[in-house]
Design a protein around this ligand. Structure first.
Ligand code: ARG
Length: 459
C-alpha cells in the first residue's frame, strides 16, 4: 500500500538534482569535506547515468523514489559516504520540493503547447477571411458571425490559461528544501543556496506550510482542468462540425478512424478522446482536493497521493494539446456549408428589429413585429429575406425598400463594428490583439525564473 515508485519514479531526475544541491550545502556547512563532496557528486553522476540507462531501477522493496535512489547511492558511494547525505533533510521537504520542480518544468512545456494551439487557431482565423457562419445561442441559429470570430472565441480562453500558469509560477517559485521533517534544520545549511540551484528564487516562508501544503499542486490541477474544459468545448465543436448534417469541416484521415463494421464511417475519435480525457483531468483535481481536506499539520502520508493525479494531469494535457493542434491545422473547411444565406433560421431577425428601432419604434414592439414576420415565414416555409415587400409593409409602415440591406448577411456582419464584434474590421483588430498577446505571453514565460532543465525530455 505504501509503495509509490510506480508513479513517483518520474521524479528521479529532480531528486538527484536536489541531492546534488543538498550535498553542496552540506559541504559549505562543513559536514562533508571537499574530498567527500567530490566523491559524492561523482557518485550522484554515476547514479544519474544508471537511472538514464535503466541499469538502476526501483525494486519491489523500495518504498518510494527517494528510498530507491538512496539504495542506489549506497551501492555506488558505500554506506559510510552515502549515509551522510541524509543529514539535515527529510523525505518530507524533499518530496515537497520535487513535485514543485517537476510541475514547474512541465508547466513550461504546457504553456508553450497552449500558445502553439492558440497560434494554430489564429492561423485558421486568418485563412477564414470573410467566411460567414451562423452564430448560435442555445444551439439555435442566432446571428451571423465570421468563422474567424468563432474560432478566435476559442483562442482567448487558451491565452488566459497561459496567463494563469505564469501567475501560478510566481507562487510555486519557492523551495521547501531545508524545511526538514517540518520544523527546519539544525545543521546550518543554507536553504537559499539550495533553492537557487533548484531553480527557485526563494525559500518557503514557513517550514510547516512548506512540507504540509499542496495547494499549489491543486492550483496547477485546476489550471489544467480549465484547459481541459477549453479543449473539450473545442472538441465538441469539431465533432458537431464534422457531422453529415453540418459538414462544416472534414477531418484529415490521420485524425479520423473507421468502424470495424460500417465501411462508410469516419469517426472523430481523437476529438472525442480529448473531450473524454478532460474528465480524468477534472477527476484528478477533485481527488486532490478531497485528499487534502481536513489533514492535520504537518506532513501526513496521505500527501503521497498528490502525485499520481498531478503527473497524469500534465501528461494527459500535453498529449491532448499536441493532437488538437494537428487536427485543426489539417482539417478542411467547407465554406459553402457554412454560408448563412438560404439557411434555416432567421439570422437577420435582430437586424430587422434594429431597423424598426432606428426608425423610432420601441424595441419591444419591433421585437413583436419581427416575431410576426417570422411566423409568416414559417407558414410559407421561407426565410425573412424571401418575404415579399408588401408583407413587411403590412407588418409595419416603417419598412421601406432599404429593408433589403437589413436582410443582407454580409451587411449584417459588417455592421457589428464595436470592439469584440463580428465585423471584418473588428475581427481584424482582435486578430492583431491576439497576436500581440501571444508574443507578450511568450515573453512572460521567457522572463520567469529559469527552472532546472533535466534534458531527458518529459519523463
Ligand atoms: N513518498 C512520500 C510522499 O510522496 C515521501 C515522503 C515520505 N515521508 C514520510 N515521512 N514517510 O509523500
Amino acid at each position: 500500500l505504501s509503495k509509490s515508485t510506480q508513479f513517483d519514479w518520474r521524479l528521479a531526475d529532480d531528486d538527484i538534482a536536489g541531492s546534488r544541491a543538498h550535498a553542496r550545502a552540506l559541504g559549505r556547512a562543513g559536514l562533508l569535506t571537499a574530498d567527500e563532496l567530490q566523491r559524492m557528486e561523482d557518485a550522484l553522476d554515476e547514479l544519474q547515468r544508471r537511472v538514464d540507462s535503466g541499469a538502476f531501477a526501483p525494486i519491489e522493496d523500495d518504498e518510494d523514489e527517494a528510498t530507491a535512489l538512496e539504495r542506489g547511492l549506497l551501492q555506488i558511494a558505500g554506506d559510510e559516504l552515502g549515509g551522510k547525505l541524509r543529514a539535515g533533510r527529510s523525505r518530507n521537504d524533499q518530496i515537497a520540493a520535487l513535485i514543485r520542480m517537476w510541475l514547474r518544468r512541465h508547466s513550461r512545456i504546457i504553456a508553450k503547447m497552449l500558445l502553439g494551439l492558440a497560434a494554430t487557431l489564429i492561423e485558421q482565423s486568418e485563412k477564414a477571411g470573410r467566411t460567414v457562419m451562423p452564430g448560435r445561442t442555445h444551439m439555435q441559429h442566432a446571428q451571423p458571425v465570421l468563422l474567424a470570430h468563432q474560432l478566435m472565441a476559442h483562442v482567448w480562453p487558451l491565452l488566459r490559461d497561459v496567463e494563469r500558469l505564469a501567475d501560478w509560477d510566481k507562487r510555486i517559485d519557492a523551495s521547501p528544501y531545508g524545511s526538514g521533517a517540518l520544523a527546519g534544520n539544525t545543521l546550518g545549511l543554507e536553504p537559499v543556496a539550495v533553492a537557487r540551484e533548484l531553480g527557485f528564487s526563494k525559500v518557503t516562508a514557513n517550514s510547516i506550510d512548506g512540507t504540509a501544503s499542496r495547494d499549489l499542486v491543486a492550483e496547477f490541477a485546476f489550471i489544467a482542468a480549465m484547459a481541459g474544459v477549453d479543449l473539450s468545448r473545442l472538441s465538441e465543436e469539431i465533432i458537431i462540425w464534422n457531422t453529415q448534417e453540418f459538414a462544416f469541416v472534414r477531418l484529415d484521415d490521420a485524425y479520423s478512424t473507421g468502424s470495424s463494421i460500417m465501411p462508410q464511417k469516419k469517426n472523430p475519435d481523437f476529438a472525442e478522446l480529448i473531450r473524454g480525457k478532460s474528465g480524468r483531468v477534472y477527476g484528478n483535481l477533485v481527488q486532490l482536493l478531497v485528499t487534502m481536506k481536513g489533514l492535520p499539520l504537518a506532513y501526513n502520508k496521505d500527501l503521497q497521493e498528490d502525485k499520481e493525479g498531478a503527473l497524469d494531469t500534465a501528461h494527459t494535457l500535453m498529449q491532448c494539446l499536441s493532437v488538437m493542434a494537428g487536427m485543426i491545422s489539417t482539417w478542411t473547411v467547407n465554406e459553402d456549408a457554412m454560408a448563412c444565406e438560404g439557411g434555416v433560421g432567421h439570422l437577420a431577425a435582430t437586424d430587422v428589429a434594429d431597423y424598426l428601432a432606428k426608425r423610432g419604434l420601441p424595441f419591444r414592439e419591433a421585437h413583436a413585429v419581427v416575431g410576426h414576420l417570422v411566423l409568416m415565414c414559417e407558414k410559407r416555409s421561407c426565410n425573412l429575406e424571401d418575404l415579399p415587400f408588401e408583407v413587411f409593409q403590412e407588418a409595419s409602415p416603417l419598412f421601406e425598400h432599404d429593408i433589403t440591406e437589413a436582410l443582407d448577411i454580409p451587411s449584417i456582419v459588417a455592421a457589428r463594428t464595436t470592439e469584440g464584434g463580428t465585423a471584418p474590421a473588428a475581427v481584424a483588430v482582435q486578430l492583431e490583439r491576439a497576436e500581440a498577446q501571444l508574443v507578450a505571453d511568450e515573453g512572460v514565460f521567457g522572463s520567469l525564473t529559469k527552472v532546472v532543465e533535466m534534458g531527458h525530455g518529459a519523463k
